[in-house]
Design a binder for this molecule. Structure first.
Ligand code: NAD
Ligand code: IPM
Ligand code: MN
Length: 359
């Protein structure tokens, strides 16, 4: 299979974990005789430095023409004081909008070996396996540009959702639940927000189309609590952009580290973008100790969702599982009796496992 993949390494640990994903994809393409060609482009802070914009037109063009896009992370203290439209994060929001990536899938699964790496009690995390379906191109992060009023003493952010935007992500939630344990939890704030009332209405209407799925509604504040007190009650959570952003970082605690959480950002038709849930981790950037597994697992999602290469995706996931099972972990995981390795060593362990399965 011949595929063109655009790499957007970005900032901070982005390029470090992207290097790992590429090494793993190289191992896969060698073993299965695929030809993956890569084109790297700037996004985020590096793009501001090199092109004066966090999302240069050539990056957008390349992504639109690609078979799939892999993204590392954007942002960092160097660019934090820039005006809103020049911030690295605008580049990420911009490419999601340009590619209409309305559905962000963030699976959260505890690995047996990592149960004690979480600050939560093992008996609480045990058996948890959930999927957050986050709306990605609407809501507060895409309001009309926030403005300062009253000589800078009052601010406005707007939260808009159309029925169409809600319908398509709710459909994605139901369909994802049908492929899993058929339990959908819709998370909103319908006791306060108009947008959440419309959201809840749409979920209630859609129920009839998916009679095999059990649905309930949970308010976001309660959902945040339930996620870390009884996570195994959840199968699929569908929610709006900002709630999904916050809940997914919270849910990463179940896995022991944000560095374990991959994601797929998908359009209705068209190119997909695959990105870890974590950011550019400026506190550890350049040290070579970042956990590459979220990025590596995101590349497995790319193989599965964009190229239908199920066997190849499964092999990457088995490799990650095997390496973790052997007790290897990066410094972000608080494990007492494991083998602590750096980014390059972790990557090599995953690649070696893949190579060892050479048919
Ligand atoms: P962050 O996710 O970058 O880091 C939070 C904490 O988790 C840090 O202590 C970091 O060291 C740790 N961490 C994250 N990923 C890790 C990994 N793979 N391995 C080991 N440790 C890891 O969030 P933050 O510090 O709030 O944000 C830093 C910058 O990243 C900001 O500019 C923010 O806007 C940006 N950000 C970008 C994305 C993205 O590009 N998708 C996502 C979130 C935050
Ligand atoms: C994420 C990040 C982004 C988001 C930021 C950097 C714009 O936090 O991917 O979770 O909020 O979507
Ligand atoms: Mn986030």
């Amino acid at each position: 299979m011949q595929k063109n993949i655009v790499l957007l390494p970005g900032d901070g640990i982005g390029p470090e974990v992207m290097k790992s994903a590429k090494a793993v994809l190289d191992a896969i393409s060698k073993q299965f005789n695929h030809t993956f060609s890569y084109e790297s482009h700037d996004i985020g802070g590096i793009a501001v430095d090199n092109h004066g914009s966090p999302l240069p037109p050539q990056t957008i063009d390349a992504c639109k023409k690609a078979d799939a896009v892999l993204l590392g992370a954007v942002g960092g203290p160097k660019w934090d004081q820039l005006p809103s439209h020049l911030r690295p994060e605008r580049g990420l929001l911009g490419i999601r909008k340009e590619l209409d990536l309305f559905a962000n899938l963030r699976p959260v699964k505890g690995y047996a070996k990592l149960l004690h790496a979480s600050p939560l009690k093992e008996e609480i995390i045990n058996g948890s396996d959930l999927l957050i379906v986050r709306e990605l191109t609407g809501g507060l992060y895409f309001g009309t540009p926030s403005e300062r009023r009253d000589n800078g003493n009052s601010v406005v952010d707007t939260l808009t959702y159309t029925r169409h935007e809600i319908e398509r992500i709710v459909d994605k939630g139901f369909k994802s639940a049908q492929l899993r344990r058929k339990v959908l939890t819709s998370v909103d704030k319908a006791n306060v927000l108009e947008s959440s009332k419309l959201w809840r209405e749409v979920v209630e209407e859609k129920k009839a189309d998916y009679p095999d799925v059990t649905v309930d509604h949970v308010l976001v504040d309660a959902a945040a609590m339930k996620l870390i007190t009884n996570p195994s009650q959840f199968d699929v959570i569908v929610t709006e952009n900002m709630f999904g952003d916050i809940l997914s970082d919270e849910a990463s605690v179940l896995t022991g580290s944000l560095g374990m959480l991959p994601s797929a950002s998908l359009a209705e038709n068209g190119v997909g973008l695959f990105e870890p849930a974590h950011g550019s981790a400026p506190d550890i950037a350049g040290l070579g100790i970042a956990n590459p597994l979220a990025m590596i697992l995101s590349s497995a999602f790319m193989l599965r969702h964009s190229f239908q290469l199920e066997e190849e995706a499964n092999l990457i996931e088995s490799a990650v599982e095997a390496v973790i099972d052997e007790g290897y972990h990066t410094a972000d995981l608080q494990i007492t009796n494991g083998n602590k390795v750096n980014t390059a060593e972790m990557t090599k362990l995953v690649v070696d496992y893949i190579d060892s399965k050479n048919k």
